[in-house]
Design a protein. Structure first.
Length: 68
C-alpha cells in the first residue's frame, strides 16, 4: 500500500455505477447491463475481465450505496 498511496483501494468504489450509466448512454438495456456485472463478491474478477454474470446482478440499491 505504501507504494501506491493510501487512497488507491478507494479508487474502485462506485466504478460499476459509472459503467452502468455509460452503458445506458450507449442504449444498452437493463437486462444487458445486468448480464455484464457479477455479484459483489466477484467484482475483482469482473474488473479484470475474467468473468461476467457470475452470482449477479447487482441491485440498484447497491449501485447507489457505492456513490455515498
Amino acid at each position: 500500500m505504501a507504494l501506491h498511496g493510501i487512497n488507491l483501494p478507494l479508487a474502485f468504489n462506485g466504478q460499476e455505477i459509472v459503467y452502468r450509466r455509460t452503458f445506458q448512454r450507449f442504449n444498452m438495456t437493463t437486462e444487458e447491463i445486468d448480464n455484464y456485472f457479477t455479484g459483489s463478491a466477484f467484482l475483482a474478477w469482473n474488473r479484470m475481465g475474467n468473468i461476467q454474470t457470475w452470482s449477479g446482478p447487482l441491485s440498484e440499491y447497491w449501485h447507489q450505496y457505492q456513490l455515498q
